[in-house]
Design a binder for this molecule. Sequence first.
Ligand SMILES: CC(C)(COP(=O)(O)OP(=O)(O)OC[C@H]1O[C@@H](n2cnc3c(N)ncnc32)[C@H](O)[C@@H]1OP(=O)(O)O)[C@@H](O)C(=O)NCCC(=O)NCCS
Length: 174
Amino acid sequence: MTAENNKKYIIGPLEKKHDKTEFNCGVDVLNQYLKIQASQDVKKNVAVTYALSTPASEKILGYYTLSSIGIFPGELPDELVRRLPRYPALPGILLGRLAVDSSCQGTGIGQYLLVDGLKRSLQVSNQIGIVAIIVDAKDNKAVKFYEHFGFLKLPENTHRLFLPISTIKKLELL
Ligand SMILES: CC(C)(COP(=O)(O)OP(=O)(O)OC[C@H]1O[C@@H](n2cnc3c(N)ncnc32)[C@H](O)[C@@H]1OP(=O)(O)O)[C@@H](O)C(=O)NCCC(=O)NCCS
């Protein structure tokens, strides 16, 4: 038995082997993204999709996407900007989409995906500069999900939240 077989979930970059045909998180735009757009975005180096499956099946039970993003200082709260150099744009990571199949929502997979995304972002931040992780929540319910994990709303944007990388470092996830 390999180490991978011992794990309950496997998360890795979206590949041809993954079965996305039945994925349904209850939000059409996020279902369609996985089925139609995700592979295109990977090919064009716009975003990387990370898919969660189990050792028993390639069926996708959840996914999230990561891209780099430039954050305009004016988007961030004053108290954070004051501590940063005055550059026209600051480097960030965008966790643009995160979704769990309806059949297993409420079983911890959303949290598992989010923590995986934070860990991956932390690893990247050891190699290139990252000020914060930005997330796009598609509605108020999704906003509450991210707030549950300490994300803060950007002052001028009700559906975009952030978490400073300095805060994530303190969580000692790695
Ligand atoms: C939002 C979503 C990703 C949550 O995933 P999930 O697997 O159901 O959530 P989990 O079981 O991992 O929950 C982890 C924790 O978050 C909390 N939580 C889950 N959804 C929440 C919400 N909408 N608001 C507040 N807290 C929430 C849970 O209560 C749990 O807390 P606990 O550990 O303190 O008990 C999932 O419901 C989903 O895919 N929804 C549709 C798509 C969507 O809204 N995506 C969000 C980004 S756009």
